[in-house]
Design a protein around this ligand. Structure first.
Ligand SMILES: Nc1ncnc2c1ncn2[C@@H]1O[C@H](COP(=O)(O)OP(=O)(O)OP(=O)(O)O)[C@@H](O)[C@H]1O
Ligand SMILES: [Mg+2]
Length: 254
């Protein structure tokens, strides 16, 4: 399927949640001088990036370069040692987020993205505060497998199905900033295209995304800009128009 065919289907989901932004030229998320790691070992160094409302930043890089560490730091799971994060108009200087964690950011982790011991239904509704499934109906139309497996333990889903479940749960929260760490890992291409369509549909309503992605074909469907990492630093960054796939591949050493 061509890129044009894969994106821009605004009818895919009838009613994406409103996210509270009206001006797409506003910055949704910005980070500067971001340095973070585990215990005494810093893994990411002096990272800088900016995502506008309704746009997405795709983070790419080889295994172990610090992509997940960046996303965890942005969400607040890891506290940065140095640097600043400005999300949703609120700044967080060195030392990480003040508690409680910001409520207007959703995060879909790379590892253990679902609660294995809970049903699909409970995974979807756990964070919503209500057990109602109405909000998920548009997602069920896109990913019927979720509706078919509502009573199934999430731990018995395939890796790709867990990713779809976690992706759906994350988008359904309707927050203005969404962090997705390798959402397409193990997912069939047909469903990867549907994920891309949903992300682009949400962007049109103002949601800003940080998407860590190894699949460059998928990244190319959703990226407004790229941040290419190596050994915890930014080695290449720019808009999709500025950066070619060949540029990215060269920096990935593949
Ligand atoms: N909890 C942890 N404690 C100590 N070191 C960690 C921890 N998590 C990750 N690291 C180290 O930090 C570095 C970066 O890991 P990270 O998971 O951020 O990379 P990544 O780019 O997301 O890799 P991948 O592509 O495999 O997902 C690695 O050297 C890793 O071993
Ligand atoms: Mg990772």
């Amino acid at each position: 399927m061509s890129e044009k065919a894969a994106v821009g289907n605004e009818d895919l989901v009838e009613q994406p949640p409103a996210v509270g932004y009206s001006h797409r030229d506003r910055t949704a998320l910005e980070f500067r001088g971001l340095t973070a790691g585990y215990n005494e070992t810093m893994v990411i160094h002096d990272l800088e990036g900016k995502i506008a409302v309704g746009e997405s930043l795709c983070v790419v890089g080889r295994n172990g370069v610090g992509k997940t560490t960046l996303v965890k730091t942005l969400f607040g799971t890891i506290q940065q040692q140095r640097g600043e994060i400005v999300a949703d108009g609120k700044a967080s200087a060195s030392g990480g987020w003040s508690k409680p964690r910001p409520r207007r950011m959703s995060y879909c982790p790379q590892e253990r993205p679902v609660f294995d011991g809970l049903t699909v239904h409970d995974n979807l509704t756990l964070m919503s505060g209500s057990r109602k499934l109405d909000v998920f109906e548009p997602f069920f139309a896109v990913f019927p497998i979720l509706a078919d497996r509502l009573r199934q333990q999430a731990g018995t889903l395939s890796g790709g199905e867990k990713k779809i479940l976690a992706f759906t749960r994350t988008l359904s929260e309707g927050r203005p900033i969404v962090l997705l760490d390798e959402p397409s890992e193990g997912v069939q291409w047909e469903n990867i295209l549907k994920m891309a369509e949903l992300i682009n549909s949400w962007k049109q309503r103002g949601t800003a995304f940080v998407v860590v992605e190894q699949n460059l074909a998928f990244a190319n469907l959703v990226a407004d800009s790229y941040l290419v990492m190596d050994q915890g630093t930014v080695v290449l960054t720019g808009t999709r128009a500025q950066i070619s796939r060949a540029d990215i591949v060269e920096h990935l050493h593949i």
